[in-house]
Design a protein around this ligand. Structure first.
Ligand code: ATP
Length: 349
């Protein structure tokens, strides 16, 4: 995999305040890179540096092997920057369509500099509308379309110049959950079929879980955690990440209702997380049989992470310390990630 977007030590300062503070991020070709964080974390400002819609106050920006910015200066001509920008499509929460123009005219508008003959222009615009499932709405006006359909038009328009990167800045925030999933699935399809790299800014973990392969968590202008989605999901280190990892949060909420003060010395609570495909469905029964014990399952959940089912269990083991170790080894040998829960709270020991 080759690095396609390389942001190094990016600062963006507004009125002496750092909206982005020393952020480095590498996006590889073919990634769907989710950038998650609460409002004001600096996500939009950071991604706007990718095509220099926002100039950094410090740091360097390299896209598709071309350095665009370094040492406080744009390092290519404006003309070249325009060309580079064409390779980076963007979609936003607001669709920003031209209401007086038809759907096909909206898409064709993005091709106005492409020097295509009229029939080629129409053919290309129709092809793009077909790609997003809206060919039959070519002659409709935006107001006649639903929010999800309007976002599809915006996606077709963003793809007009055949970009190899698509930046989606809260593009599903104004949509209902079902439409959100349809748009996310469209981005996933485009990623696979067009080999389109997607940078997905959102405050919704569900969106990241559905389609992303990588994740960066932003807080106060900094990336506090990043990496492969499954790894970050299975081993969240940062408090904010733990909050975004819905299953863990839900588990803690439920476990907090148990009375852990009543646990005996031999009782320990563990969180087991595993890829369903890797593990026999009877993992806890297998453990009980191997160690001649009876474990209690206090919480169980299955989530789908970019198409992969991940199981989470909170299990109470009633074993002496040596046997606890044997149990953990038994589970880890079976590709289960085991984390001790201290009275229901995730710990790192
Ligand atoms: N042009 C600007 N001038 C001054 N301050 C700005 C500007 N753009 C962003 N900011 C500030 O920078 C910080 C980060 O904003 P940014 O929009 O990047 O956050 P975000 O994580 O994308 O949140 P949101 O989802 O609300 O857009 C905020 O405090 C915001 O007020």
């Amino acid at each position: 995999m080759s690095v396609q977007i390389d942001l190094k030590n990016i600062d963006v300062e507004f009125d002496g305040n750092k909206a982005v503070n020393d952020v480095s991020l590498q996006v590889e070709k073919g990634d769907i890179y989710g950038i998650i964080g609460f409002s004001g974390a600096g996500k939009s400002t950071l991604v706007r540096t990718i095509n220099l819609l926002q100039e950094p106050s410090n740091g360097s920006v390299t896209v598709n092997g071309t350095e665009l910015f370094a040492n406080h200066h744009q390092t290519i001509s404006n003309r070249k920057l325009q060309d580079e920008r064409k390779k980076i499509g963007m979609i936003f929460q607001h669709f920003n369509l031209l209401n007086e123009a038809t759907v096909i005219e909206n898409v064709a508008f993005a091709l106005k500099h492409a020097k295509l003959k009229d029939n080629e222009l129409e053919k290309r615009a129709l092809h793009l509308l077909d790609l997003v499932g809206l060919k039959e709405f070519a002659d409709s006006y935006p107001a006649q379309l639903s929010g999800g359909q309007q976002q599809r038009v915006a996606i077709a328009r963003a793809l007009a110049n055949e970009p190899d990167i698509l930046i989606s800045d809260e593009a599903t925030s104004a949509l209902d959950p079902k439409t959100t999933n349809q748009i996310l699935d469209l981005l996933y399809k485009l990623n696979k079929e067009l080999k389109l790299t997607v940078v997905l800014i959102t405050h919704e973990m569900d969106a990241v879980k559905r389609v992303a392969n990588k994740i960066a968590v932003m807080e106060n202008g900094k990336i506090v955690e990043h990496g492969n989605l499954r790894e970050v999901y299975l081993h969240p280190q940062n408090e904010l990440t733990k909050q975004f990892v819905g299953g863990a949060l839900e588990a803690q909420h439920i476990l907090n209702t148990y009375h852990f003060d009543a646990l005996t010395d031999n009782e320990e609570l563990y969180q087991l997380v595993y890829k369903i495909d890797d593990v026999t469905k009877s993992i806890v029964a297998d453990l009980d049989e191997a160690l001649d014990t009876k474990s209690s399952i206090l919480y169980g959940n299955v989530e789908v992470l970019s198409g992969e089912a991940i199981g989470t269990l909170a299990v109470l083991l009633n074993l002496d310390q040596d046997k606890q170790k044997t149990a953990i080894k038994f589970l880890e040998d079976k590709n289960v990630v085991v984390t001790k829960l201290n009275k229901g709270v995730l710990t790192n020991d």
